[in-house]
Design a protein around this ligand. Structure first.
Ligand code: GLC
Length: 426
């Protein structure tokens, strides 16, 4: 036995003896948790982890990232490729599992009691080659936010189709502007060239019956007349019912216009629900949510499936503590707290029957059906190439919305680009 090994044996024997007496780890560990942040997420995170910190004696520091999921992904990739030990846990978007799987600890065994409490499809989305690479902390499906007071004033009903939304938004915008509300817009959404536009545009296309860009079997479907019609309708909004600036909006910019009372409709995720009802919101009590409209002669609406997870880095030097934190964040106590403070949709089935959640955040039980039918982005069929697929899609859409080439030309070119990227197989 080498001296080094003997030293380690002695140290762990001493540690075990101390543990037996005190019953909990002696040395507090400090963990770094990296996450994107919208709304009050940074502030809320401190409260969220407090019970875990008190129980374990460990500390968690959140490293906030830019709000854009696209920017986060680029930074995460750099850190992970460099094998950094500085970050112990990563908050990961639902679409990233296949691309980042190799860098994360397999949580299958440690989560064997917790995983069955979650919706199976969400656990499935985070399972890559039989390895559970991240634990779900909340799921996401967008809503059409609408101003009850304005619809009532103009005798309009909640739009069921995008065409109806276009007409109602225009009518109310015209009426309110004529009455002096110069800053009022009909509809705000996410038009910036980033992952959020992939989500919005997938909803338009799918709800028009134009497919999911790349289908679950891997075939490329985006170049079709229904997709063109859907994107052309969205193009007609820019500069009419939506400001020109919408082409640079992400979630938070849309929420900013909405929450100051300057929009009739907004497409956004459930996090905007509790913020819109906050004390400092101009629309507090004045709005409600509905499923997104459908389009053309298609009768069903489409919501893109979003959601966030927590993954433990393989390069962390504090894996045991990091796993404990991941289990806590994905567990019922933290998910309930997050539902109450951020109106995030739980991934734990039983929380949809929780009376406190239903009373304080009524959107949550109502949105169970919406997220269960939500449309996944094609991250599973396109595997490690999803980010490139998505970036080619949002670029083609952004060009079309900006009048940079026609939609028909852009989707034809996109089809060819995706075929190149695919090669023989994704
Ligand atoms: C939300 C969704 C996420 C999506 C992002 C796009 O955060 O939960 O899945 O990628 O919006 O902006």
């Amino acid at each position: 036995m080498s001296f080094g090994t003997k030293g380690r044996v002695l140290r762990s024997a001493a540690f075990a003896a101390v543990m037996a007496v005190v019953g909990s780890p002696m040395v507090a560990e400090e963990l770094f948790y990296v996450s994107g942040a919208v709304g009050n997420a940074v502030e809320n995170f401190k409260n969220l982890v407090k019970p875990w910190e008190e129980k374990t004696g460990n500390k968690v520091t959140m490293v906030p990232m830019p709000a854009s999921t696209t920017d986060q992904f680029a930074q995460y990739r750099l850190w992970l490729a460099a094998g950094t030990a500085d970050i112990d846990l990563y908050q990961t978007d639902v679409i990233w599992a296949p691309q980042l799987a190799d860098h994360f600890v397999d949580l299958t065994e440690v989560a064997k009691d917790l995983a069955p409490q979650h919706f199976p499809s969400i656990i499935e989305s985070q399972t890559v080659n039989g390895k559970l690479v991240a634990l779900p902390i909340f799921t996401d499906a967008p809503a059409l936010y609408y101003r009850k007071d304005l619809l009532e004033k103009y005798g309009a009903s909640v739009p069921k189709t995008w065409e109806e939304l276009t007409a109602t938004a225009q009518k109310i915008q015209d009426g309110e502007r004529a009455a002096g509300k110069a800053d009022l817009w009909g509809f705000v959404w996410q038009g910036n060239a980033y992952e959020g536009l992939t989500c919005d545009a997938l909803e338009w296309v799918k709800s028009f019956g134009g497919g999911q860009v790349v289908e679950p079997d891997g075939s490329i479907s985006i170049n079709n007349p229904k997709a063109v019609a859907a994107i052309d309708l969205a193009k007609s909004w820019v500069g009419t019912i939506s400001p020109d600036g919408v082409l640079a909006y992400q979630e938070e910019e849309a929420r900013g216009v909405w929450q100051t009372g300057n929009a009739v409709f907004m497409r956004n995720w459930p996090y905007a629900y509790t913020l819109g009802n906050g004390a400092d919101s101009a629309v507090k009590g004045l709005f409600d949510v509905a499923p997104l409209p459908s389009g053309g002669d298609n009768a069903t609406s489409a919501a893109t499936l979003g959601g966030w997870n927590v993954a433990v880095s393989k390069y962390s030097k504090h894996q045991e503590a990091a796993i404990s934190l991941a289990l806590y964040l994905a567990g019922p106590e933290a998910q309930k707290a997050r539902a109450l403070s951020e109106s995030n949709l739980p991934t734990i089935v039983s929380l949809y029957d929780d009376a406190d959640i239903a009373a304080q955040q009524p959107i949550i039980p109502r949105w169970k059906e919406v997220f269960m039918q939500a449309v996944p982005r094609p991250s599973a069929p396109t595997k490690g190439k999803y980010n490139e697929v998505s970036s080619k899609f949002w670029s083609a859409v952004h060009n079309s919305l900006s009048g940079n080439g026609t939609t028909a030309e852009n989707l034809e070119a996109l089809e060819a680009d995706l075929a190149d990227l695919k090669g023989d197989a994704w």
